[in-house]
Design a binder for this molecule. Structure first.
Ligand code: UN1
Length: 505
């Protein structure tokens, strides 16, 4: 047993899990750590029968859960948040081992889970419907929000637990039950998180099957996509995946919530505070080794400040500590696997063939262990070429210049994805234009803040090929409920809307 494997077993035990019996009874698959490529654990996929059984159990649990008062449902999520808090370090360490996040970011991800539990507990007393004035005397018109059903969650490796929690915490207070198919690259953190949910459910007396996990490959995801039992499918992943999932769920009139690719840009204007801009951009571009959907991938900088911004960014990229994410000083951990590195190399070669100049990084970093470690790359481009308009899930920041603000907006909005955007400026007019109806066409648009690291209080998601879904805060909860519009006649007489007369007597 390797050291990482032994540590993983200990961590799993803290969640009541036995490393020798993880998952279902289907095919065994190994979970590798991106830190050194070693095997952390062996997990068994769930068989098609087991997936069907889980969906059936989730549907029965829903029948009970939907009738539990929402504030009582909130107690489950309150306890879940507390248990996550109690296991914060252990869950974060498992995130580090399984997907390679540095300590601070792994803790941040777990904090994001706790935050969304808090939000959902508050929501459990605020699932408001409206009362509208009826046009008819003696009538009342109101809307009520009811639980929707089983929510299927398909999540990606890069936020292996937070994205589930955005969906699960909100769905559970909304009266839904949740079946989660995590990334095949990150089943351990999923098992640990659902073990905490199971414990919370037992403690507060909620049905045991309110939150279940199903492990496996594409076939397991497809079972959720095609099951008529799944009322809402919330899927995070590539645009290519969303293009398949969206129409399939729609064809059975299920609902989808898609959080797909991003190709996020920042505009840096002549008046920008460059200290602020550079610091923010380094985190947004290099944080999580460029593997967030909100990662900054394009910098659109005014030509008058382009050289200064590039110099400072290049210096920062050159000095970023790349290495083992368990080391305290590391800021950039490994890529998830070697394929990600190959995609990065191919994108850089294409950028260079387009006339791009690599100002810093891009090379493999030897940290003395297996694993794919790279120095984030900064590439100055002659224009916004095709490679810039593609999302490569690796740390590459392309730079193009602009001369007038309309040109900056046009370059910004030329991407087919629309997740997150930022502008660095001290000019209020420019800031407002960036946020205006004809400004940045993304779901998230920031001023003097980078593209990544959104708080859970706002609705998270994006437009265009990002898929249009919204998760976590604001009124994103509505996607997890069905709206019933009710007209109540207490007048004792028939009165038809729009003044229609239709009396046979
Ligand atoms: C993702 O990359 O899928 O805004 C989610 C952020 C994080 C969530 C990212 N709060 O960067």
């Amino acid at each position: 047993m390797t050291t990482l494997q032994a540590r993983t077993s200990d961590l799993l035990a803290a969640f009541g899990l036995d490393a020798a019996a993880l998952g279902g009874t289907g095919d065994a698959f190994a979970v590798h750590s991106p830190i050194d490529g070693s095997v952390l654990a062996t997990v068994h996929a769930h068989t098609p029968d087991e997936v069907d059984g889980t969906l059936a159990a989730s549907r029965s649990a829903f029948a009970e859960w939907r009738l539990t008062p929402a504030p009582v449902r909130g107690r489950l999520v309150k306890r879940l948040g507390e248990l996550i808090g109690e296991h914060k370090e252990q869950l974060a360490e498992l995130v580090t081992l399984e997907v390679g996040k540095i300590g601070s970011e792994a803790l941040g991800e777990v904090q994001e889970m706790i935050d969304v539990c808090d939000l959902a507990v508050g929501l459990s007393r605020q699932l408001f419907g409206r009362t509208m004035p009826s046009e008819r005397a003696g009538h009342r018109l109101q809307e009520v929000w009811h639980p929707l059903g089983v929510v299927g969650v398909i999540s990606a490796f890069n936020f292996p637990v937070a994205v589930w929690s955005w969906n699960a915490a909100v769905a559970l207070v909304c009266g839904d039950t949740v079946v989660w198919k995590p990334s095949e690259l990150a089943p351990l953190t999923a098992l640990a998180s659902t073990a905490l949910l199971a414990r919370a459910a037992a403690e507060v007396g909620a049905p045991a099957d309110v939150g279940r996990v199903v492990l496996g490959d594409r076939a397991v995801g497809e079972a959720l996509v095609d099951s008529p039992d799944v009322a809402l499918l919330s899927a995070t992943g590539s645009t290519r995946m969303g293009r398949e999932v969206g129409p399939r769920v729609a064809s059975r009139f299920g609902r989808v919530l898609l959080e797909l690719g991003g190709n996020n840009a920042v505009v840096v204007t002549p008046s920008a505070d460059l200290d602020l801009a550079v610091n923010s951009m380094v985190f947004a571009a290099a944080g999580t080794a460029g593997q967030r959907c909100t990662t900054l991938r394009r910098l659109i900088v005014h030509s008058s400040v382009a050289d200064a911004a590039c110099d400072r960014l290049a210096r920062a990229f050159a000095s970023l500590p790349v290495g083992d994410p368990r080391d305290a000083g590391t800021l950039v951990g490994p890529l998830i696997h070697e394929r990600a590195h190959e995609a990065m190399r191919a994108a850089l070669a294409e950028a260079v063939a387009d006339g791009g100049q690599v100002l810093a990084g891009g090379e493999r970093v030897d940290v003395g262990a297996g694993g794919s470690y790279v120095r984030p790359a900064l590439v100055r481009m002659p224009s916004q070429t095709a490679v810039m308009l593609r999302e490569t899930f690796a740390p590459i920041l392309y730079v193009v210049t602009y001369d007038d603000f309309d040109e900056a907006l046009a370059l910004h909005n030329a991407a087919s994805q629309g997740l997150s955007a930022g502008i660095f400026t001290r000019d209020q007019g420019e800031a407002e234009r960036f946020l205006a109806a004809d400004g940045a066409d993304t779901g998230i648009a920031n001023v003097n803040v980078g593209t990544s690291g959104a708080e859970i209080g706002g609705a998270f998601g994006g437009e265009k090929e990002t898929g249009g879904g919204r998760e976590s805060g604001s009124d994103a909860w509505r996607a997890y409920m069905r709206r019933s519009t009710n007209t109540i006649n207490y007048s004792g007489t028939v009165a038809l809307a729009q003044g229609v007369q239709f009396s046979a007597e």
